[in-house]
Ligand binder design. Structure first.
Ligand SMILES: Nc1ncnc2c1ncn2[C@@H]1O[C@H](COP(=O)(O)OP(=O)(O)OP(=O)(O)O)[C@@H](O)[C@H]1O
Ligand SMILES: [Mg+2]
Length: 225
């Protein structure tokens, strides 16, 4: 029986004591506080979802704080990442201001996180992925470092090739890294490189200009015969 029901029954049978009333008011106040806090959290989360979805759909250049934008992206992934026991660390100080395409950078981040969880930490109980950044003049250098299975030399060479996957028939299409490379090079005007050691882990290093040019770089294949 709920507290409200117990209280109602006591009220109806004229058995209410002053202490019952005061206990009931305390419980109601606590319940209201809890409800309010959760509604506020839900509203914050919705705002974050909307911002991330909007960035991905509109592809507009805007000013943003790198750590804040990546925190929002990771928050939207949290429900699916929670299913895994791995540790994701975002080690980027607030205050790195960029003027770029947050939707594209978010997409790159999501692909690299998903790859670490699906490939690097496959069958592991305690993978760790650390995302860090440093400023180098007018560039930001981002590092995605996992302590997973690593990538053998012969696969490293093909990593960015469309349809290269070690998960054929198990859900992989092999398009993720090609998309990442394209977004970094063409959309964000940056570069990406990867180093890896089998049994130790992988490091994806992304260099981006703090200020992306107004127009994305033209496709290298277009306009040429
Ligand atoms: N962090 C990583 N650790 C180990 N292997 C990786 C990592 N990231 C990528 N790989 C390897 O690179 C391959 C290609 O990655 P890519 O993201 O292009 O395709 P996919 O993840 O297999 O499929 P998709 O992303 O299209 O669903 C993967 O199949 C996997 O073998
Ligand atoms: Mg992938």
């Amino acid at each position: 029986m709920t507290k409200a029901k117990v209280f109602q029954l006591a009220l109806e049978s004229n058995q209410i004591k002053r202490s019952d009333l005061s206990n009931f008011i305390n419980a109601v106040t606590q319940g209201n506080d809890l409800m309010l806090r959760n509604v506020q959290r839900a509203a914050e989360l919705l705002k974050t979802f909307r911002q991330v979805a909007n960035d991905q759909a509109s592809e507009q250049l805007r000013a943003f704080d790198l750590a804040q934008m990546l925190t929002e992206v990771i928050d939207t992934l949290a429900p699916s990442l929670k299913r895994y026991p791995h540790q994701l660390m975002l080690d980027i100080p607030y205050g790195i201001r960029m003027h770029s395409l947050p939707g594209a950078l978010g997409q790159v981040t999501i692909n690299l996180i998903n790859n670490a969880y699906l490939h690097a930490f496959e069958g592991r109980e305690n993978g760790a992925l650390r995302i860090s950044a440093k400023l180098v003049e007018q560039e930001v250098h981002l590092f995605f470092i996992d302590d997973g299975v690593g990538i053998p030399e012969e696969n490293l060479k093909q990593l960015f090739q469309p349809f290269f996957t070690t998960k054929t028939g198990k859900g992989g299409t092999g398009l993720g890294m090609g998309i990442v490379e394209n977004l970094v090079n063409k959309t964000l005007n940056g570069t990406i490189s990867v180093s890896s050691e089998v049994g130790v882990g992988s490091c994806f290093e992304v260099h981006l200009p703090l200020n992306a040019p107004d127009a994305p770089l033209p496709d290298q294949n277009s306009g040429q015969t």
